[in-house]
Design a protein around this ligand. Structure first.
Ligand code: GRG
Length: 295
């Protein structure tokens, strides 16, 4: 895909995601002001918006019968809650997020905990109300996101990751962590976007699988960059995973094997997307760029 066409479509999706986020989530004008200010502080902190963009683009690849903005916003709410909670002293204990003080530093620990708590039901409220006119779609979206955010995937992956290398350099446990902590929240946007796009169940499954492969690749690239990138280019210190005793694919299997797996996962994702009756050109390019990013 032509680079400037990709760029302009990407920017348009980011703008759509951010304007939906501002429109669909409560501001500090609503009581309790401090809680809503903390939620908006983290929601507006300006990440890459990968999950909402993937959701909007997946819907767009089909023939959407409903707007994908509620689903895209719900995904960013769950992602943002997971970042807020991950930064808390009882978890990763990180003072910075997206280049700014983490939520518990900008506010306080209790407020950050509650902001993360409140973002979770907000996500499901957005799905229930945003797709009320299509109850089967609303139910399918809620089920997809609930499963993704639950104890076998996002929270489960985080749980198993907390032991780090100290809990053993176990390849099977690493796959569980990769699937749960990173890939699930990148697979859900593909599946949810396809559902909103009115895709048949077989294509929703292809999109789900594509997202899972792209999601694992995304984390593997992250691991590689931590080992090999230049700190200035990466915008954060390198070698942090080893220093923090993290169990990573590159640490366990080596750099060459990680590069090969990224390539094969990217091909797998592309194969799933191409198997569908959909215009998947933009989303395939995005998957390729996720796998070849340098920071
Ligand atoms: C607290 C239940 C719970 C889960 C936390 C988000 C998370 C799980 C851990 C953070 C550490 C980490 C590397 C997770 C893997 C997922 C990931 C790469 C998150 C960062 O996603 P980006 O790069 O972030 O899309 P932005 O800031 O751009 O949105």
């Amino acid at each position: 895909m032509d680079a400037s066409l990709f760029q302009s479509r990407h920017e348009a999706f980011i703008q759509q995601a951010e304007s939906a986020l501002r429109r669909l989530t409560p501001t500090a004008a609503i009581r309790p002001a401090r809680l809503h200010a903390a939620m908006r502080y983290s929601l507006e902190a300006g990440g890459k918006r990968l999950r909402p963009v993937l959701c909007l683009a997946a819907a767009n690849a089909f023939n959407p019968q409903a707007d994908a903005e509620h689903a895209a916003t719900a995904l960013e709410c769950i992602h943002t809650y997971s970042l807020i909670h991950d930064d808390l002293p009882c978890m990763d204990n990180s003072d910075l997020r997206r280049g700014r003080p983490a939520c518990h530093k900008a506010f306080d620990e209790a407020t950050a905990l509650l902001a993360g708590d409140a973002l979770q039901p907000l996500a499901f409220e957005l799905l229930a109300t945003g797709y009320a006119a299509q109850p089967a779609l609303a139910t399918a979206l809620i089920a997809e996101l609930a499963k993704t955010a639950g104890s076998t995937l996002l929270v489960g992956g985080q749980t198993e990751d907390m032991g780090g290398l100290a809990a053993g350099a176990d390849a099977e446990r690493l796959e569980f962590i990769l699937l749960g902590k990173t890939a699930a929240m990148l697979s859900a946007p593909f599946a949810m976007g396809a559902m909103v796009g009115g895709a048949p169940p077989a294509d929703v499954e292809h999109f789900r699988q594509a997202g899972q492969a792209a999601g694992i690749a995304f984390q593997l690239v992250d691991d590689l960059l931590d080992l090999t990138a230049d700190a200035t280019q990466l915008g954060k210190p390198v070698g942090a995973d080893a220093q923090n005793g993290k169990l990573t694919y590159a640490g366990l299997h080596g750099i060459a094997a990680t590069q090969l797996r990224i390539q094969s996962l990217t091909e797998e994702a592309s194969g799933h997307l191409q198997a569908c009756k959909a215009d998947s050109m933009f989303i395939r390019e995005l998957v390729f760029r996720m796998a070849t990013r340098k920071h």
